[in-house]
Design a protein around this ligand. Sequence first.
Ligand SMILES: *Cc1c(COP(=O)(O)O)cnc(C)c1O
Length: 429
Amino acid sequence: MEKSESLFQEAQNYIPGGVNSPVRAFGNIGITPRFIERAEGVYLYDADGRKYLDFICSWGPMILGHNQKDVLESVMDACKWGLSFGAATEREVVMAKLITEMVPAVEMVRMVNSGTEAVMSAIRVARGYTKRKKIVKFSGCYHGHSDSMLVSAGSGVMTSGMPDSAGVTKGCTKDTISAVYNDLSAMEELFASMEEEIAAVIVEPVAANMGVVPPKPGFLEGLRELCTKYGSLLIFDEVITGFRLGAGGASEYFKVTPDLITFGKIIGAGMPVGAYGGKREIMEMVAPVGAVYQAGTLSGNPVAMAAGIAQLTILKEHPEIYTKLNRMGDWFYGSLKKQVEQAGVTCQVNHIGSLGCLFFTEHPVTDYESAKTSNTAQYADYFKYMLEHGVNLAPSQFEAMFLSASHKKEELEKVLELASEYFQSYQKA
Ligand SMILES: *Cc1c(COP(=O)(O)O)cnc(C)c1O
């Protein structure tokens, strides 16, 4: 038996589903998930000695490639001084300063340990600051697994939240409103009907958890105007877009200034880190200065900060990384699109910069409803083909592909060849 298989079998005895996060279980794919032993640059190596060209990049953090030398050195150095003190450290100041320097919309920032925590806390701050209850989110956008965010409207109409998960009470989600991504006129109506009730609108400025769905021109600007007009806060969930689209994240990329931003994944360079920040006046609501309580025993952990600081410093000092990444993304996803068209395959290619995905559907994908028209069995078939040929893609139709600064043109060309072979011999699943 292969090692991945025996590990997976054993894991299922001790861990629900054998994994510590559901998407890793390859639920819809019908094959055993690969257990990864190590990674270097753009490659992953599994427990059976197989090698994969990686396009998940730990869901974003590995924007410089795996085991980047400076990040690794910074972490090892920090480890020598102690793993955690339960007290303030200089690295936290350095990290906070770096984030505020790189992201103009952030004047003050609080470190936490995950994206989930960042969102949960930002929402509490928004409610504390506005003294209002309602939060508007968009269906198909993921904001972590805190109770009030596990809501999706399901259909294209706006409905008051029904929980997506057992164990989440209606009470937890009754102040969450689901809206349709990219539909600004519906948002205008919603605001007009709710007047002073909406504390905040939270949005992934580029949706990347229903596949990749970029905002239509004017969508983010329109949200900004509406929030300002009605005294609600605009929260950008930049757990994926932050330090990904550019050094200033989506707020700088689209030139739209939210009131609060949440970060995760990438800012820890692979360590468990999240953060939320924004306008000084709003962030001064947070304890111990203000009345909104939020805390964390391991928040701002010195080893995690060492990793994040090293990565963000490189990104700050080398803006050309983003020029290259975004250009490479345009070329790579553009080439995929051409292949799909030439082969006559029913498939959409969405992308922005280094983020992208294929949707096996005839409909242009602009929101959750259109994303859900995808043939997920076809995606699973494509995924399996690529995995068997040594390419590690997201094991779900509704996740993104991530390019890193370490991916080389020759490697991407090989992937394009493989994809082309798949499209040529395409059979409907
Ligand atoms: C991953 C993700 C989160 C949750 O972050 P975790 O670190 O997994 O808790 C929140 N928002 C977005 C946009 C994400 O992609």
